[in-house]
Design a protein around this ligand. Structure first.
Ligand SMILES: C[S@@+](CC[C@H](N)C(=O)[O-])C[C@H]1O[C@@H](n2cnc3c(N)ncnc32)[C@H](O)[C@@H]1O
Length: 230
C-alpha cells in the first residue's frame, strides 16, 4: 500500500464544497500545532538562524499563515511573504494577521494567480514550503524545485512527510482520539501516503538538476530538504 506515492486527493484539495468553514478553520489551526509537534517549526527556526537577519522569506503554500506569523516573532527584522493557491487560506491568513498578538508589519499574504512562482531571478533570500510538496505530483515538484532555485538568492527549505508504515498505522490508530477532526484524520492519512521516501526525494532533486542539497530525516517521520543556490 505504501510502496508508491499515492494519487489520492485530500479533502482539502477538493475545495470548499467538500468541507465546512468551521472544519477548514479548525484544520488550519491544528496544522500549525502539528507542525510544532513534528518539529517542522523549530527545525525551520534553526535553519533561518544560519542566514541573514534581514532575510526576505517567501512561504509557498502558506495556508492560514500561522507558520510565518509565528516565525516573525523570532525574526522581527526579516520580511515574510506568504502565498497560496487557495483564496480561503489567504483570507484566513489575513484574518489571523489582523488578530495576531504581536507586530505583523513585516508579514504579508497574497493569493497566487496560478500554481507557479512568478518572482524574478534571485529576488528572494529564502523560499520555504512546509507540508506542500506532498500535495503535488512528481512533475509539479520538479517544476517547483527549478522555479524555487531560480527565485532564491540563498536557499530553499522544504519540510514534508516520510511515507512510512509505522507512521501510517500509528496515525491511523491514534489520530481520531488525538484530533477528532474528519479533515485532520482523513487528510493526514492521505498526506502520509503521498509523502516521500529518501530515494524519491533524491531522484526528484536530481531530475530537477539541483546540485547543492541536503536531505535530512528528522524524528518523527519527517524530511527536511535544503537546496542551496551555491
Ligand atoms: C497542508 S497545507 C500546509 C499549510 C502551511 N504550509 C502549514 O504548514 O501549515 C498545504 C497548503 O498548500 C497549498 N498548496 C497546494 N499546492 C500548492 C501549490 N502548487 N502552490 C502553492 N500552494 C499550494 C494548499 O492550498 C494548502 O494551503
Amino acid at each position: 500500500m505504501l510502496s508508491h506515492r499515492s494519487n489520492e486527493k485530500e479533502i482539502l484539495d477538493l475545495g470548499p464544497d467538500y468541507y465546512t468553514e468551521e472544519e477548514f478553520t479548525h484544520c488550519q489551526k491544528m496544522l500549525y500545532r502539528i507542525n510544532k509537534i513534528l518539529g517542522f517549526f523549530h527545525g525551520t527556526v534553526n535553519v533561518l538562524k544560519t542566514g541573514g537577519e534581514k532575510a526576505h522569506v517567501v512561504d509557498v503554500g502558506c495556508g492560514a499563515g500561522l507558520f510565518i506569523l509565528n516565525l516573525s516573532r523570532y525574526f522581527p527584522k526579516m520580511t515574510f511573504h506568504g502565498i497560496d493557491i487557495s483564496s480561503e487560506a489567504i483570507n484566513m491568513a489575513n484574518y489571523e494577521k489582523s488578530v495576531f498578538r504581536s507586530d505583523t508589519s513585516n508579514v504579508k499574504f497574497e493569493k497566487m494567480a496560478e500554481p507557479k512562482l512568478t518572482f524574478g531571478e534571485n529576488s528572494v533570500d529564502v523560499i520555504l514550503a512546509t507540508m506542500v510538496c506532498h500535495h503535488m505530483s512528481n512533475e509539479e515538484i520538479i517544476a517547483f524545485f527549478k522555479q524555487a532555485l531560480y527565485t532564491t538568492k540563498d536557499k530553499v527549505i522544504i519540510n514534508d512527510l516520510h511515507r512510512n508504515s509505522i507512521a501510517y498505522w500509528f496515525y491511523r490508530l491514534f489520530s481520531q482520539i488525538l484530533f477528532s477532526s474528519r479533515l485532520i484524520t482523513y487528510d493526514g492519512l492521505i498526506s502520509i501516503k503521498r509523502g516521500f521516501i529518501r530515494q524519491e526525494l533524491i531522484t526528484l532533486l536530481e531530475q530537477a538538476g539541483m546540485k547543492h542539497y541536503q536531505v535530512k530525516w528528522c524524528f518523527p517521520f519527517r524530511w527536511r530538504v535544503i537546496i542551496w543556490k551555491k
